[in-house]
Write a protein that binds this ligand. Structure first.
Ligand SMILES: Nc1nc(=O)c(N)c(NC[C@H](O)[C@H](O)[C@H](O)COP(=O)(O)O)[nH]1
Ligand SMILES: [Zn+2]
Length: 159
């Protein structure tokens, strides 16, 4: 989670979203497969989305096929819980995580480690965790960095 927070610190602050950082990790080997932060990839991109896009690009695949190159027991560490609705209308990260299907039809991402729940500033209560759990994806809150994560996440918000 510390490494994800390091990523978040690189995100350009904006009043209309949160600065978030994320890592994709192979749980069997501990290898960091990809890392990203909000707005890293061009467009209005989220940290989790950037991790998936960058890995897909490395394999010359579109993001929606990234599940084909993810190990079967992948975890995503994200400083803020994945979004389940976005004001911009872009596909939420919960759906991007769920569609990382491997060839056996299961999701490659099995665990989501999150630093904080999403503050109810933009879209009210984030129901993402329920949806992830319904798809057999375990959500684990990693305590201890909440204050720092939120300070970084809201850097672009008016004081
Ligand atoms: N988990 C997560 N990772 C991010 O990288 C990010 N920026 C958010 N932010 C959640 C917030 O709800 C949305 O940023 C707003 O709803 C605005 O939506 P857009 O980002 O413009 O699509 N959440
Ligand atoms: Zn998102």
């Amino acid at each position: 989670m510390q490494e994800a927070l390091q990523e978040a610190r690189q995100s350009p602050p904006k009043p209309s979203n949160f600065c978030v950082g994320a890592l994709l990790v192979d749980m069997d080997t501990g290898e960091v497969l990809s890392r990203g932060y909000t707005l890293e990839v061009e467009g209005n991109t989220h940290a989790e989305q950037c991790c998936l896009i960058k890995l897909a690009q490395a394999y010359r695949l579109p993001e929606e096929r990234v599940g084909e190159v993810l190990p079967p027991s992948t975890a995503i560490y994200t400083t803020m819980e994945p979004c389940n609705m976005r004001l911009s209308g872009s596909l939420p990260c919960v759906d991007r995580i769920i569609r990382t299907k491997t060839t056996d039809g299961k999701t490659a991402i099995k665990k989501v480690y999150l630093g904080v729940k999403e503050p109810e500033k933009f879209v009210g209560e984030n129901q993402g965790r329920t949806k992830l759990e319904e798809h057999g994806i375990e959500c684990i809150h990693v305590p201890g960095l909440e204050e720092e994560i939120l300070k970084v996440a809201t850097a672009g918000h008016e004081k």
